[in-house]
Design a protein around this ligand. Structure first.
Ligand code: TNX
Length: 489
């Protein structure tokens, strides 16, 4: 007889509402997936997950099969999906011979699949049960993200895909890739091969670094998109740009030769804000990146530009925001860009150094993404005994990361201007995939719940659900921290 431990009550993030019912849906090799149009990608994703977990190869059909060819089916449909579900919401109805998945758009179907994936038991019998009932689920914030720094240490595409997959499991829909910094330039730019010839040849610690070819970058964009995740490329400027300046010395004001640092630190680098050639460079780079990126956003960095003339900094930012817009993208920057006049079609990412600048930008109708370092910086230690991580923004266990009020972080910002939450992972101290895992888990799913759930259950409930996820992480090859807040001391 099929067993099921996973129930609606165990899902992370917690769904909006659910009601258990009697009966159990039994998934078998004969189960059909019924989908077309906007649901096809979701059906294909589910088919892949079932195959990974059970070995079964389910059929995808465009119309419901008869009972004798297929005893059970999972039917994706837009009929009956109400307007309140929006693009990302979905409903599940689990009966004994049929699961119905209702959504209005591709994203809703994809998030439903992530819920079904969690409901499949963690072990590998061919016939597995999902308990009956109904579930309705709609996200709180439209921006639910994580970020990976591939500049300080380079991570090859397969390692980046693991992080994207982890994000998608918890219904995070934004993946921000920090592609350039002082210690590395990680994306091929056809017009300036020097950027990667020199700028990608090393990393923190003096390793061999690396970069993504444009083709590899596009493959990452597509991998994320297939899971409902928008990839957001970041090109840092005017500061945090030593790898670019070492590659193309004319980018700095003095034009002096310099090298790419292989240690941690702040290097006083800046693209020169008073040379026209700087803006031609930015235009070419943003143009090439925009052409590779179907997503709506390009991040221009803007933080800690200590070596940029403070009088020139806003002028520089305003010109670069316009370049991004001219290439058809919505510009994003770290909150310091709020020292310039950023305009209403801009997103400002708060991290805790200049809340006043973020607040000013929001008053000018920019949208805000919240990444308060003391709550969601995934490169901080989980507790004092963590072997990895900084403490400059605090020690952050899963409870701290997930139990804060997004409306209270910037008290003078109208709630309607808060687009959501993003948890960055900086990698000065991290160079192996298992180290990324132990920094992200179990905290990241807790942040995802804060971003998704409109009425999150109390911490004790989340804590129990995070502990249950650990079995999945182990089975799928992810390491995690035995965070005392989740697993007990
Ligand atoms: C601050 S957050 C930085 C990063 C570092 C990080 C280390 C931000 C916009 N700037 O350059 O990697 O701290 O925690």
């Amino acid at each position: 007889a099929p067993t099921s431990r996973a129930t609606f009550a165990a899902l992370v993030p917690a769904p909006t509402a659910w009601r258990p019912a009697s009966g159990m849906f039994v998934l078998s090799a004969q189960t059909s997936l019924v989908a077309d149009g906007a649901a096809l990608d979701a059906a294909a994703l589910l088919r892949g997950y079932v195959r990974e977990r059970t070995g079964a190869r389910l059929q995808i059909r465009s119309a419901a099969p008869t009972a004798d060819t297929s005893p059970t089916s999972i039917v994706f449909t837009r009929d009956g999906a109400d307007a309140a579900l929006g693009e990302e919401g979905y409903e599940l109805r689990v009966g004994s011979d049929r699961i119905e998945v209702f959504a209005r758009g591709r994203a809703g179907f994809l998030w439903a699949v992530q819920s079904l994936r969690q409901l499949l038991p963690a072990d590998r019998p061919l016939a597995v049960g999902i308990r009956g009932g109904t579930l309705r689920d709609i996200p709180r914030f439209e921006w639910r993200g994580t970020m990976l720094d591939v500049a300080r240490h380079f991570f090859p595409p397969r390692q980046v895909r693991r992080v994207i997959d982890l994000a998608a499991r918890y219904k995070l829909n934004r993946f921000h890739l920090h592609l350039t910094d002082d210690q590395g330039w990680r994306i091929q730019i056809r017009r300036y091969p020097q950027l990667t010839d020199t700028g990608a040849a090393t990393e923190v610690g003096g390793g061999t670094g690396g970069f993504y070819t444009q083709q590899q970058f596009v493959a990452l964009v597509e991998y994320a998109a297939a899971r409902g995740v928008t990839l957001i490329p970041e090109i840092e400027m005017p500061g945090h740009s030593q790898a670019a300046v070492a590659s193309l010395p004319w980018l700095s004001c003095d034009g002096a030769a310099s090298s790419v640092p292989t240690v941690i630190g702040l290097f006083g680098s800046s693209l020169c804000p008073t040379k026209e050639s700087t803006f031609e460079f930015v235009d070419v780079v943003i143009g090439e990146i925009a052409a590779l990126t179907p997503g709506a956003y390009i991040h221009i960095g803007g933080d800690e530009s200590f070596a940029t003339d403070p009088a020139q900094y806003p002028v520089f930012v305003e010109r670069v925001l316009d370049i991004v817009r001219r290439h058809g993208k919505v510009p994003i920057g770290w909150e310091e860009i709020g020292r310039a006049t950023v305009g209403s079609d801009t997103i400002v990412q708060h991290w805790g150094t200049d809340a006043a600048a973020a607040t000013a930008a929001a008053a000018g109708d920019a949208m805000i993404v919240l990444s308060p370092a003391s709550k969601v910086y995934m490169d901080m230690k989980h507790d004092e005994t963590s072997p990895l991580g900084w403490t400059w923004a605090g020690v952050i266990d899963s409870e701290t990361a997930s139990q804060w009020d997004p409306a209270a972080v910037l008290p003078d910002v109208d709630r309607k201007r808060i687009a959501g939450i993003e948890a960055p992972l900086w990698t000065e101290l991290l160079d192996r995939p298992a180290q990324l895992d132990v920094m992200l888990l179990p905290r990241l799913p807790g942040v995802a719940e804060l971003a998704w759930s409109s009425r999150p259950p109390p911490w004790d409930d989340l804590r129990a659900r995070l502990a249950l996820q650990a079995r999945r992480w182990t089975e799928d090859g992810y390491a995690f921290t035995p965070d005392g807040a989740v697993f007990g001391d």
